[in-house]
Structures are given as C-alpha cells and as structure tokens.
Design a protein around this ligand. Structure first.
Ligand SMILES: [Zn+2]
Length: 392
C-alpha cells in the first residue's frame, strides 16, 4: 500500500550509483593488493579460501562499505535457544520491557479480510469488476481524483466494523496490558488493532487508516461515522466547504507515509529489546527496513507462513548488508516461526502462561462486538460476522 513504486525507483537508483562506483574501481594492482588476513592459513590447501577472503575484503574496501563490526569477533549469545521457546524464555527472564511488534496482512486474514497479494484470494486478483486500467490503480491518488467510485466500492467491502479482530490482535492487547509493548507498527488499514482495544498512542498505522478522513481540497477533517454513511449508501463523500472528495487517511501510492511513522520509528527502534514481526512479507518499504533499526543484540522473531526479510546470500558472503539471518552460522538472535499468526501468538501465550487470559480477551472482545451489532440492528449484509474461520 505504500510507495512501493518509489521504493523500487529508489533502489534502482542506488543500484545504479553502486554500479557507477564499481565501474570506476580500478583492477587490483600489485601495490594495491590487500594483505592476507593474519589468521588465514598460507598452506596451499587453503589457498582457495584465502583468495575468496581477499576478494571479499577488497570489494568491501573498494565499494566504500563497512564490514559488520562484529564480523571477526565471537558474537555474544543473545537467545539461549534460537527458537520460539528461546524467545519465551527471554521474555520470562525479564530481559525485555520494550517490545516492538510489526504486522502485515497476515495477522488479519483469519478475520476474513482478503490478503492483498495472495494469488487467487488476493484483493488485487478480485478487482476485475471495477474495470481498472491496472489493479493497483485503485490505490493511486491520480486515478482516485478522477474516479473515486472503485475505491469506495472496495472500501464498503473492507470497511471497519465488518470484521472482528483475530487472536493475534488480542495478543497485542495482552502484551500491552502486561506493560511490555513499546509500540505496534502495522501495515494494515483495517483498524482491527483499535477494535481489539490497543490504545492509539501504542499504534503506528504506517499505511494510514480508515479511522480518520480528510478533504483532498481544503484538508478539513471528517468523522469516520459520517464517511461510513456515504460509503454504505454508495455515494462519494464530498466536502461541505469546498466540494472536493473526502478521502479516508489511507496512504495511496504516490502519497507520503504519516509524519508520525517517521518520528516514532526513529525514537522507538533504537530502544527496542525484542522485535516481533507477524504476517508480513517485508517487501514494502520503508516499513520493511525498520527491522534494521533495532540494536544488534535485540532478538527478532518472525511469525509468518514463509521466511521473509532475509539477508541475501551475496551480502552475507560480503559480511555486510541487512536482513534477518535465520540460517547464519552463529546466529542467536533471529528466529523464524513458520505458520499462521494466530497459532504463533497462541504458542507464545501458552509458553508465557497467558493462554487463559488471551482466550478470555478474545471471547469478551468478540462478545462485545456482537452485542453492539445487535444493538445497532443494522440489517446490512455487510455487517454480518464474516470471520467464521477464526480459531479459538
Ligand atoms: Zn474541502
């Protein structure tokens, strides 16, 4: 949802810069050869290895890149066991009080909200009925100004209030109630964190939210309920001051992320003592790069169906770059737990002795939502409970 295009441009730009830099690098002359590493054996058996090491160091030096400070030093052991149990022990031992959680679409899929990228069931694959020039046009601000109807039609399907928070959302609330959550960063626009009861000050909605809306002309702010009435009556909300379109504060392609995202992330990540990433493929910038902003001794747990955000093998070979290092030799901080987010959170809760509390939060939260829906007596099909597949 964010400025993926811009990011891709940025990365191609930086790649171009690197290429330009590399092409100006002269070949190693005899006077410019880097001395062999003192620790490297000079025996002929090891010649291949030392040549590779020399090449690595040469490239690091010539590209003007810094090696990892700890590349040559024994790494301190961070988790006693590189597994979800190791993370549970880390929390139980009181080694973290400032946990940051990061979430993508994967934490909401069990509520029934379609994932944006899953083939077949993904949102982009189900947009044919809107006759868009291309699927992502629905989130492009230029297209929206010309033709806002497809977005509002989609908004009606996705609108907050239609879906219930998942066990994963309630786990976040529980982490906060335990006084362990520094902040939750979400890529999701479904507001389910708010519905689950996570306070606004603990929440950074990196890609915006339906919670607030603004006029595209005069920036006048509008209430969620007022916008919702328009969305559900199939009319485009227009500003009563200047007649421009009123748009929910969701970050479209070509729009900046909320100011608060940048301010908070700079303050929060350097003091994070445990990072938990859930249900994100970590492909959309600048969200994905947040994982690099935590201290080097901060454990990072990924709960996702597949491994994501890994450092490339080329960069690992060069002893630099960034990313999660699940499979690296000597890794004691990066853990991949593969499976559904709800199951991962339940396993954490079980290990921490919080399972009963979590299940009560879920039951009470869902019961409260059902009660308020009954009181509203809203007969619209869209408000029917859709999350039948939430596992309790
Ligand atoms: Zn206006």
């Amino acid at each position: 949802m964010s400025s993926k295009k811009e990011t891709e441009n940025d990365s191609s730009q930086s790649e171009g810069d690197e290429m330009a830099g590399a092409s100006s690098v002269s070949a190693p002359s005899s006077s410019n050869v880097i001395p062999k590493d003192e620790h490297t054996s000079e025996s002929s058996d090891d010649e291949g290895g030392s040549t590779i090491e020399m090449l690595r160091r040469y490239m690091v030096q010539k590209l003007g890149l810094h090696e990892n400070d700890d590349a040559e030093e024994p790494k301190p052991k961070i988790l006693d066991d590189v597994s979800i149990q190791g993370v549970i022990n880390f929390i139980k031992d009181g080694k973290c009080k400032k946990i940051i959680t990061m979430a993508g679409a994967g934490i909401s899929t069990s509520s029934g909200i379609p994932d944006f990228r899953s083939p077949g069931s993904g949102l982009y694959d189900n947009l044919a009925k809107y006759n868009l020039p291309h699927p992502t046009a629905i989130f492009e601000i230029g297209f929206f100004r010309e033709n806002p109807k497809p977005f509002f039609a989609l908004a009606k399907e996705l609108y907050p209030g239609v879906f219930k928070p998942t066990p994963c959302h309630y786990f976040l609330k529980l982490l906060n109630e335990k006084g362990l959550l520094l902040r939750h960063y979400t890529q999701n626009i479904d507001t389910l964190e708010r519905v689950a009861g996570l306070p606004g000050e603990k929440l950074i909605e990196a890609h915006g939210t339906f919670h607030t809306s603004h006029c595209l002309g005069c920036r006048k702010s509008f209430e969620q309920e007022w916008v919702k009435e328009h969305v559900f009556s199939d009319s485009v909300p227009k500003c009563d001051e200047c007649n421009n379109i009123v748009k929910p504060d969701i970050v479209f392609f070509g729009e900046n992320l909320p100011h608060r995202f940048y301010i908070s992330s700079q303050q929060d990540f350097p003091q994070c003592d445990l990072l938990i990433i859930m249900g994100s493929s970590l492909t959309v910038e600048p969200f994905a790069s947040l994982i690099e902003q935590v201290p080097k001794n901060c454990p990072r747990l990924l709960i996702n169906r597949t491994k994501a955000g890994q450092r490339s093998s080329v960069m690992a070979f060069l002893g630099m770059g960034s990313g999660l290092d699940f499979d690296a030799e000597g890794n004691t901080r990066d853990v991949a737990w593969l499976g559904d987010c709800d199951d991962g959170c339940l396993e954490l809760a079980r290990g921490l002795g919080w399972e009963g509390e979590l299940r009560k939060l879920i039951a009470d939260g869902h019961a409260g939502i059902d009660t308020s829906k009954t009181l509203c007596k809203d007969g619209d099909n869209n408000t029917k409970q859709k999350n039948k597949n939430v596992k309790l």
